[in-house]
Design a protein around this ligand. Structure first.
Ligand code: ISE
Length: 335
């Protein structure tokens, strides 16, 4: 048996996932591609035997050849597709964010909890990065004592047109909200955002960089430098301070080359390259679990909890105040 996946959205992430499903993932195939731009959907299925290009998510979910869905549209379109897919009781891989705000994300969580079965996996791909998993392993194993502080750097070369100030939190720091929850195994309890000296390279209306300060339930402190017009390349790195040691992850690996009187290496240009392997592992884990009727990664609860962090983060951006993150009770399904 195979997953016959409808990919909804053939933009930057959708196209990346279509290629991944077609070339590298076993047990799953692209059955349909949906995009409001039908030409883009048509282009995306070129060379994929048996795949069809469709104009609406509903049509794809009603297609008898489809038994799973990967949602890669802009976030504001997720909610409607999620509810339709939950009704059909099929495996769902939903790109981050689950939905753009905490109230709608909670509705999704409640609907899934009512069904009694986890169907939604949220696309926080960093959890599938080998070094992310290694750092989480050091925390659970306890080899270096307790984890005390996390320092995150999240740098993009530039931003696509229309990337607003709020998107620094909702689209970018959302990954650190999940990463901090993943590393600590705890919820985040407060968020503060400091706006310092901005770069002249930021587009109108965007304050960049920003410094985000967080706390978790047990008092682990975390900070994030989000810097989305950093020019030099793409970088996502963390330094973790433990009682008995310091751990760094995400710094560029080799090859480190010395030639012609210079030394150096390459910096990944964007998230597709930096997290390419993590995305492959993520989608394979989703497909493998889906064929067993399970999910293989972060759940709708993780989507909701990070949405609540984003909401607090955007408020903190506006007020400068330390802002509490308040979560609804966690349904038993997610324990
Ligand atoms: C983008 O949407 C992502 O999800 C990337 O992982 C992140 O690095 C980037 O800042 C976001 O805009």
């Amino acid at each position: 048996e195979k997953l016959r996946v409808a990919v909804i959205g053939a933009g930057r992430m959708g196209a990346d996932h279509i290629a991944r499903l077609h070339h590298r993932i076993s047990g799953a195939e692209v059955a349909a591609v949906v995009d409001i731009d039908v030409a883009r959907a048509e282009a995306a299925i070129k060379g994929i035997p048996g795949a069809v290009a469709l104009a609406s998510a509903e049509e794809a979910l009603d297609n008898g050849d489809v038994n799973a869905v990967l949602i890669a549209t802009p976030g504001f379109l997720h909610e409607d597709i999620l509810f339709k897919a939950l009704e059909r009781d099929i495996p769902i891989l939903c790109e981050k964010p689950l939905t753009p705000d905490a109230a709608s994300a909670l509705k999704v969580v409640e609907a899934e909890a009512k069904s009694g079965r986890k169907r939604i996996q949220v696309g926080f791909m960093r959890r599938f990065d080998a070094e992310y998993a290694a750092l989480r392993g050091i925390v659970t194993e306890g080899r270096l004592g307790e984890l005390l502080v996390l320092h995150h750097q999240h740098r993009n070369p530039d931003t696509p047109a229309g990337f607003t100030n709020e998107m620094l939190i909702n689209d970018s720091v959302v990954h650190e909200f999940d990463a901090i929850r993943f590393f600590t195994g705890e919820e985040i309890t407060s968020v503060q955002v400091r706006l310092g000296k901005p770069t002249r390279n930021a587009p109108e209306g965007q304050h960049d960089p920003q410094h985000v300060l967080l706390e978790t339930e047990s008092g682990v402190l975390a900070d994030v430098e989000i810097y989305v017009n950093a020019k030099f390349g793409y970088e996502v790195a963390t330094q973790a301070s433990f009682e008995d040691g310091i751990v760094n992850i995400g710094n560029d690996g080799g090859p480190y080359v010395r030639t012609q009187g210079r030394w150096g290496g390459r910096i990944t240009p964007g998230f597709e390259e930096r997290f390419g392997t993590a995305y492959d592992v993520e989608v394979q884990a989703w497909a493998d679990a889906a064929l067993r009727g399970e999910i293989g990664g972060p759940s709708a609860w993780d989507g909701y909890a990070t949405a609540a962090c984003c909401e607090a983060g955007v408020e903190a951006q506006r007020t400068g105040a330390k802002t509490a993150v308040v979560l609804a009770p966690k349904p038993g399904l997610y324990n």
